[in-house]
Ligand binder design. Structure first.
Ligand code: 6PG
Length: 473
């Protein structure tokens, strides 16, 4: 049998789907799973793709089946399992072979692994893969970090299996070591913000306007035809329209309001803080998931306060139009934050991240895919800007959309409806667009109690205030 082009370890749902995608696109793939019966099962179920799959009982067999330099994708749970597989592969692979971690790894781990493997003659790719199970099978968005030489070895396979946006493959080499996993992390941070803002709007529709799931589904379905057109809006409409087979009630009403999280959103927020970049909508979305998990406390607090939610009154069509535009404005702010974090990380870690390319490879395949990302790619391609909010097209869009965001956040606040991500997005926008803020007072306070000094508006250097001997307490 001809040599395999690539190998894959870990035949869970994502690994299996990725392997079938590779096979289907004409590249022979060697596969290995720790529980060997799974490998046989996978091969047996590969149908017409069986000839393109080489089932291997040991990692040694896997290595022997692949054309050198051998790329081996690891698709196992992020964390210790990845290190275990790497340790195992180290003893089997040879000089210049490429270990590819396709899980949702913390990019700091990726940087460590990259360095460790470099020292041992192997090379490492940290590869962000977005699109869930469907994407893995039929075309994900792929974010690659590693050496350019290792990318060249796998470029053909990854290009073949990636999603395509108007014919353009949604895969790119984004930089060395942790670049790919970092970009995937920020993708997920933005995903958190996007999802949270959609959920907040759903809350206004459900609790403020008293609409039922089916009615709300049709609102989202309509919005999906306009500027909000995206995968997340599309699936929101589908989710809201679905019934629970068990009870016949709307499925969404039978789901406990307690969100899970695997960590990538939190990593985005932590990294934004580390880099000194405000990513308030992402942070708010992470915090909202945490608050959601405090179900028992929330139920007790509802009893203690007994306030409930007031209806949002007014012309329904006008409110719906505002909600659509508010969501769009919130989205702009959240993406501006995510891209600002990537821009800062690019400098910090010397990655030279290509922001227009990142926007382009997110246009299809990934969870946040949308038409909107094409607009972002165009804006970044037009020339560098300090922040997406400063790209001329976005200035126009935000001028048009921010009044609606303001009205919705204000109405929601009055009604007692929480909109943490939308209101953070608005506060971010307002803080960003004002040349004169209020931190002169913060500086005065810092100087008063800590003699930290401040800059004057009319002179250079550090200065102190006339606080006298009562200061520095
Ligand atoms: C994707 C998703 C994917 C996964 C996340 C969800 O891009 O395909 O983001 O990576 O669904 O793990 O993350 P949470 O479990 O943290 O919501």
């Amino acid at each position: 049998m001809a040599e395999a082009e690539i190998g894959l370890i870990g035949l869970g749902v994502m690994g299996s789907n990725l392997a079938l995608n590779i096979a289907e696109n004409g590249h022979r793939i060697a596969v290995f799973n720790r529980t060997t019966s799974r490998t046989g099962e996978f091969h047996a179920q590969a149908g017409s793709l069986q000839d393109m799959v080489v089932p291997c009982e040991t990692i040694e067999d896997l290595a022997a089946a692949i054309r050198p330099p051998r790329p081996v994708i690891i698709m196992v749970q992020a964390g210790q399992a990845v290190d275990e597989q790497i340790a195992h592969l180290r003893g089997v692979l040879s000089e210049n072979d490429i270990v590819i971690d396709a899980g949702n790894a913390n990019f700091h781990d990726t940087m460590r692994r990259f360095k460790d493997l470099e020292n041992s003659g192997l090379t490492f790719i940290g590869m962000g893969v977005s699109g869930g199970e469907e994407g893995a099978r039929h075309g994900p968005s792929i974010m690659v970090g590693g050496t350019e030489a290792s990318w060249k070895r796998v470029e053909k396979v990854l290009t073949a299996i990636s999603a395509k946006y108007e014919g353009e493959p949604c895969v790119a080499w984004l930089g060395t070591d942790g670049a790919g996993h970092f970009v995937k992390t920020i993708h997920n941070g933005i995903e958190y913000a996007d999802m949270q803002m959609i959920a907040e709007i759903y809350g206004v529709l459900r609790d403020g306007l008293g609409m039922g799931p089916k009615e709300i589904a049709s609102v989202f379905a309509t919005w999906n035809k306009g500027r909000l057109n995206s995968y997340l809006i599309e699936i929101t409409a589908s989710v809201l329209a679905a019934d629970d087979p068990k009870t016949g009630k709307p499925m969404v009403d039978m789901i406990l309001d307690r969100a899970g999280q695997k960590g990538t959103g939190k990593w985005s927020a932590i990294e934004a803080q580390q880099l000194g970049i405000p990513a308030t909508a992402i942070e708010a979305a992470v915090a909202a998931r945490v608050i959601s998990s405090l179900k028992d406390e929330r139920v007790a607090a509802e009893k203690a306060y007994g306030m409930g939610v007031s209806p949002v009154s007014g012309n329904r069509d006008a409110i719906l139009a505002d909600l659509e535009l508010a969501l769009f404005a919130g989205k702009i702010a959240a993406y501006a934050q995510g891209f600002a974090v990537m821009s800062a990380a690019s400098e910090e870690f010397d990655w030279n991240l290509p922001l227009p390319t990142i926007a382009k490879i997110w246009r299809a395949g990934c969870i946040i895919r949308s038409q909107f990302l094409d607009t972002i790619a165009t804006a970044f391609n037009a020339g560098p800007v300090a922040n997406l909010l400063m790209a001329p097209d976005f200035v126009q869009m935000m001028k048009e959309a921010n009044p609606a965001l303001r009205r919705i956040v204000a109405r929601a606040a009055e009604a007692g409806l929480p909109t943490p991500a939308l209101s953070s997005a608005l506060a971010y926008f307002d803080s960003y667009r004002l040349g004169r803020g209020t931190s002169n007072l913060i500086q005065a306070q810092r100087d008063f109690f800590g003699a930290h000094g401040f800059e004057r508006i009319d002179a250079d250097g550090a200065h102190h205030g006339p606080w006298g001997s009562g200061a520095a307490g």
